[in-house]
Design a protein around this ligand. Structure first.
Ligand code: SF4
Length: 353
């Protein structure tokens, strides 16, 4: 399907179905898979009318649904670097909407407990302060973790934060068969844990070592050393090729680690394709990545400009009030969802007129 979409320039599910489909009009398996392929190829806003029906729950609302029906909001914090002013904005937004805040393993801040109707207002305030969506809800680039590197650390041999920012800015918004995590460490002490990421970069005296196809999760896999002592441009070139080759050949919902293990020819084959351009695909893969990069737009900023796209952010179609069945309790100075055992704590709710 990826090849059909790419080669024939197919832009919508309907077009794909009309040309190549048989049977029914799409199911919960094929629709998100086609949505992912279309996004990886053309990077159009997922809230566009023709693409919305292809998205799963989290993508549909550009937020992660939590166990009590509320959503989490995760602004991008590139490389984990943030100014005091932006930290204050996150704090102010969290206070205003009474959101539970937690620092994540990817060096950003999750805001939990937002109701559907609050999402556009929350994002409007965050975007006005310079934030962008963090794509925490998507099968896409998530985070680029970094240590402070040579700027602050006595052991650092390269500026790992600068490289992390370069990588995050380039690949943010890239949709793929599964989520993508990156990290950059400023020396071999590896404080950013780059060897547990889909793409890991570790500084050397001469440049950067590139590691690929690691992950944590249910089946942790140590990343493999792929290329050594690269300059900045070559590092980015190899990452471009690696990611696009993964996107075009991986199965749906397949992480880089599982994809890499399933590759016939293994690591040597992958090195031949990416480093030595054995299939003659290098320039094509780079051009495909550049198209996606050039088309990047914050999905939330895009949606906020279009009243039609915002219509779906209502708990009830015919009532603007919040969901009366969502309840919280206080714990450690913040609110959290009420548990079944605590149901007797629910305050009496005034009947909706
Ligand atoms: S990885 Fe190296 S440069 Fe980065 S914080 Fe750790 S010791 Fe310092």
């Amino acid at each position: 399907m990826y090849a059909l979409v790419r080669v024939e320039g197919i832009l919508t599910f309907e077009e794909l179905l009309a040309k190549h489909g048989r049977g029914h009009i799409g199911c919960d398996v094929c629709k998100p898979a086609v949505g992912s392929i279309l996004a990886s190829c053309w990077n159009q806003p997922i809230m566009d009318a023709s693409l919305v029906p292809l998205q799963d729950t989290n993508d549909t609302f550009m937020a992660n649904m939590q166990k009590n029906g509320t959503y989490s909001v995760v602004p991008r914090i590139p490389g984990g670097e943030i100014t005091a002013d932006k930290l204050i904005v996150i704090g102010e937004v969290a206070k205003k909407y009474d959101l539970y805040t937690k620092i994540t393993g990817g060096q950003r801040i999750d805001l939990f407990g937002a109701q559907l109707h609050e999402l556009p207002d929350i994002w409007a305030e965050l975007i006005a302060a310079g934030f962008e969506t963090g794509h925490a809800y998507g099968k896409s680039t998530r985070t680029v973790k970094s240590c402070v590197g040579s700027t602050w650390c006595r052991y650092g041999v390269q500026d790992s934060v600068k490289m992390a920012l370069l990588i995050e800015d380039r690949y943010k918004g890239l949709r793929s068969p599964h989520k993508l995590k990156f990290a950059v460490s400023g020396c071999t002490r590896e404080c950013a844990e780059a060897q547990s990421k889909d793409v890991g970069v570790i500084a050397t005296e001469k440049g950067w070592n590139l590691y690929i196809a690691g992950n944590g999760g249910m089946r942790p896999r140590h990343a493999e050393l792929f290329a050594t002592d690269l300059d900045d441009a070559t590092l980015i070139q190899y990452i471009d090729r690696f990611l696009m080759f993964y996107i075009r050949t991986a199965d749906k919902l397949q992480r880089t680690s599982v994809w890499r293990e399933s590759l016939e020819g293994g690591l040597d084959f992958l090195k031949d394709v990416i480093l030595h351009d054995s299939l003659g695909l290098g320039a094509e893969l780079e051009a495909q990545m550049q198209l996606v990069v050039d088309r990047y737009e914050c999905e939330w900023a895009n949606a906020l400009k279009d009243p039609e796209k915002l219509k779906r952010f209502r708990t009830f179609v015919n009532d603007k009030r919040p969901d009366p069945d969502i309840h919280f309790v206080q714990e450690r100075g913040q609110r959290r969802p009420i548990m079944a055992a605590e149901l007797n704590l629910i305050p009496v709710i005034e009947e909706i007129a």
